[in-house]
Ligand binder design. Structure first.
Ligand SMILES: C[S@@+](CC[C@H](N)C(=O)[O-])C[C@H]1O[C@@H](n2cnc3c(N)ncnc32)[C@H](O)[C@@H]1O
Length: 266
């Protein structure tokens, strides 16, 4: 065995919304504690609120168990998605384009380069540019250096560039990119007008006939409308409707993930 051989380091694309993941585990742990303390016989597990002529009883043990299971599972799912699921779904998304290898590609809200690097791997003479504001609350270890390090680990550093900028006003000319990609980024703008601005920017920098691949956890219908108002009438919703509806039900409408394949009119 060659003891000098170095094991290739895998890329690390970070954990999405790390604060949300932490909170899910904290609330889940509180739920397990409440349930566990009742099972151990430390208290009755019932919160009784007496009203004149009325006695309201909250069965906290059951609620604790429900929160423990629900929030812990949600946290585990978010961790799994960040570590495994999102790499798989990037491949499915990028396969929606027929690549020549010569494309100019933009990743909007690129973070640590998940789609940026996935696209760069499909390029020969083309280049992939990522733009981001590097917000730590949206992605763990979110820094341009981390993105460039991942590009180096994936062997595409020569085809990748990162820029610091806001998706609502991007420093690129009209009709610059053959392909624009974005994953889990535009929903971070909490105001519908700001999201419309970002989608309008994506449409503006796309070349006529160019493609946009947009995956996000909610607001897909809103994006469809804005794209069609900005010269991109050819918009297709892709991905599993079943998963989208299931997640919508489990999260009481908070998540409604999906992806769009968009073509700018020639
Ligand atoms: C959940 S992360 C996803 C990162 C990457 N696309 C991925 O799939 O791993 C969302 C990203 O959007 C970026 N972002 C949020 N608001 C932005 C804005 N107004 N302009 C540019 N990037 C933004 C964040 O900094 C973060 O990197």
């Amino acid at each position: 065995m060659d003891m000098g051989a170095r094991v290739a380091e895998p890329p690390d694309y970070g954990i999405d919304a790390p604060g949300v993941v932490r909170n899910l585990f904290v609330v889940g742990a509180v739920g397990w504690l409440v349930w566990g303390s009742v099972v151990l016989g430390l208290w009755s597990g019932q919160l009784v609120i007496p009203f004149p002529g009325l006695r309201i009883v909250f069965p906290l043990a059951g609620m604790g168990l429900g929160c423990g299971v629900g929030f812990t599972l949600m946290g585990v799912w978010m961790l799994w998605d960040s570590k495994v699921g999102k790499v798989r779904s990037r491949e499915r998304l990028l396969q929606r384009v027929t690549w020549t290898g010569e494309e100019q590609v933009l990743d909007v809200g690129c973070g640590r380069g998940l789609l940026l690097i996935g696209a760069a791997k499909r390029l020969t003479t083309g280049r992939a540019v990522g733009i981001d504001l590097w917000q730590a609350e949206d992605l763990s270890g979110n820094r341009p250096e981390a993105t460039l390090e991942n590009a180096r680990r994936e062997g595409v550093a020569d085809r990748v560039e990162v820029r610091t900028g806001d998706m609502r006003g991007m420093p690129f000319g009209d009709n610059t990119f053959d392909v624009v990609v974005s994953r889990a980024a535009v929903h971070n703008l909490y105001d519908a007008a700001a999201r419309a601005q970002a989608i309008g920017e994506i449409a503006r920098v796309l070349k006529p006939g160019g493609r946009a691949l947009i995956e996000d956890i909610r607001h897909l219908r809103e994006y469809e409308t804005v794209f069609s108002e900005n010269g991109c009438a050819d918009v297709r919703r892709v991905g599993s409707l079943m998963v989208s509806v299931l997640l919508m039900l489990i999260t009481f409408g908070s998540l409604r993930p999906g992806a769009l394949v968009v073509r700018k009119s020639a």
